[in-house]
Design a protein around this ligand. Structure first.
Ligand SMILES: C[S@@+](CC[C@H](N)C(=O)[O-])C[C@H]1O[C@@H](n2cnc3c(N)ncnc32)[C@H](O)[C@@H]1O
Length: 420
């Protein structure tokens, strides 16, 4: 009886508290009533419901707060000192809005890389029996040099991967390093980053990123970085050598990056069979570096596939990063290289339309400072102005009978785009 009276009294007080706008009191009275176990009146039920809604609203507000905090912290904030350092090392000169001349290097990082690569290649090439080594090298070189005549190489000879590493790897890493730097400079480099690299070769793109991150040492900390790297490539041997060298060199750095790598050996044209294996709307960046075909039918087919991959596998606001040699871009449209910016803009636009993309920005990175190739005297220009590769030079002389000294050279468009 007394209990019943107390509950009635609480109910009356509860109504009064609500009328007077004393909501805290109303809430604690409601708790008393709930504890008594009696059936709630319609007003008490309504208020109970309102409190629950407010609670979940405040929970979601808190979550939104946490998420936006995380969004603010989710990229590597551009550090002015580091940016100036890289501009100085690489001697980056912005001749116009779309062109960077680049004649320098971060020498400590790249010298160590070069030394490690030379040691690795020597060891691996020495494993090939001497009597067939020259012949194997000649076959691999012939295949790769198809590029000069507009023929897409097969990369399928016994020493293709070695020769690729010997001839192109360092220059391509140099370019990929700078491409990631431009992305970092724009505050777009995520700390938790998922990358899909198409026609990845030995994983040039992740090497460039790993080296860029390792050169941030002393400028800002790299805590909480996590990279998921997914490579699609047709030659298992290129992937194998890349992984072997990654383990030998990158993982031995004093600040190795936290990367999970997955290497899928597939033929890009076999899309129907591997499409299901690619996680949907998952990748923050899909990269194609130097895999745009010369032969027009192959190029058309590959662009249709690239288009579908961007559409299905990029996250909502993800980026396509395209790296293509200047000469190749002009060749693809049968246009002679020129300094005309309108023409260049048209080429980039047409290229992106074929891939179902829209432009964010692009930069042409060049050693000479010009889009049109030097007619004569490039070797002398390189010798006088470009960073040397003295250690690799020894191997190139020995295995490729190269007559001129090796230098880092670059002639690539770096294009950042989103789904159209
Ligand atoms: C010029 S390399 C570029 C490698 C790497 N992305 C880089 O920037 O150093 C071209 C790569 O495309 C690969 N490739 C060519 N055709 C392919 C195909 N049909 N499927 C998968 N990969 C292919 C080659 O095996 C080679 O590794």
């Amino acid at each position: 009886m007394i209990n019943w009276l107390i509950v009635k009294w609480h109910s009356y007080q509860f109504k009064l508290a609500l009328k007077q706008g004393k909501f805290k009191k109303a809430q604690s009275l409601l708790q008393e009533i709930e504890r008594s176990g009696v059936k709630l009146s319609w007003l008490e039920k309504l208020y109970q419901q309102q409190l629950k809604t407010e609670q979940s609203l405040s929970f979601y507000r808190q979550e939104v707060g946490h998420l936006s905090q995380r969004l603010q912290d989710h990229t590597f904030k551009p550090n002015l000192e580091f940016i100036n350092y890289i501009h100085k090392c690489f001697n980056l000169k912005e001749s116009d809005r779309f062109l960077f001349q680049c004649t320098g290097i971060e020498s400590q990082i790249f010298t160590n890389l070069e030394l490690a690569l030379v040691e690795y290649l020597e060891t691996e090439i020495n494993k090939v029996p001497e009597q067939i080594c020259c012949q194997e090298i000649a076959q691999a070189v012939k295949d790769l040099e198809g590029l000069k005549q507009g023929i897409d190489p097969q990369y399928n000879h016994r020493l293709s991967s070695h020769i690729y590493l010997l001839k192109y790897f360092l220059d391509n890493i140099y370019c990929s390093y700078l491409a990631w730097f431009l992305i970092y400079q724009q505050n777009l480099l995520l700390k938790n980053l998922k990358i899909l690299d198409l026609a990845a070769g030995p994983g040039t793109v992740i090497f460039g990123l790993a080296l860029l991150l390792s050169s941030t040492k002393g400028f800002f900390p790299l805590q909480e970085t996590q990279i998921i790297y997914y490579s699609l490539e047709q030659q298992a041997d290129l992937q194998y050598r890349g992984l072997q060298f990654w383990r030998k060199y990158i993982e031995s750095l004093s600040t190795p990056i936290n990367a999970y790598c997955r290497f899928n050996t597939i033929n890009l044209f076999d899309y129907e069979n591997y499409a299901v294996k690619l996680p949907i709307h998952f990748f923050d960046f899909i990269v194609i570096s130097h895999c745009f075909f010369y032969q027009s039918q192959q190029r058309y087919d590959s662009h249709q596939i690239y288009r579908q991959i961007f559409e299905r596998n990029l996250v909502e606001n993800g980026y396509a990063l395209l790296i293509i040699q200047g000469r190749k871009l002009f060749n693809m449209y049968n246009v002679p290289p020129s300094e005309n910016l309108d023409e260049e803009g048209w080429l980039i636009q047409s290229f992106l339309e074929e891939l179902g993309l829209k432009l964010e920005w692009y930069k042409y990175l060049t050693s000479t400072g010009k889009r049109t190739p030097k007619k004569q005297g490039f070797a002398q220009f390189a010798k006088d102005n470009l960073p040397p590769q003295p250690h690799l030079n020894v191997l190139r002389k020995k295995y490729l009978q190269q007559k001129y000294p090796s230098n880092y050279a670059i002639d690539d468009y770096v294009i950042l785009a989103k789904k159209a």
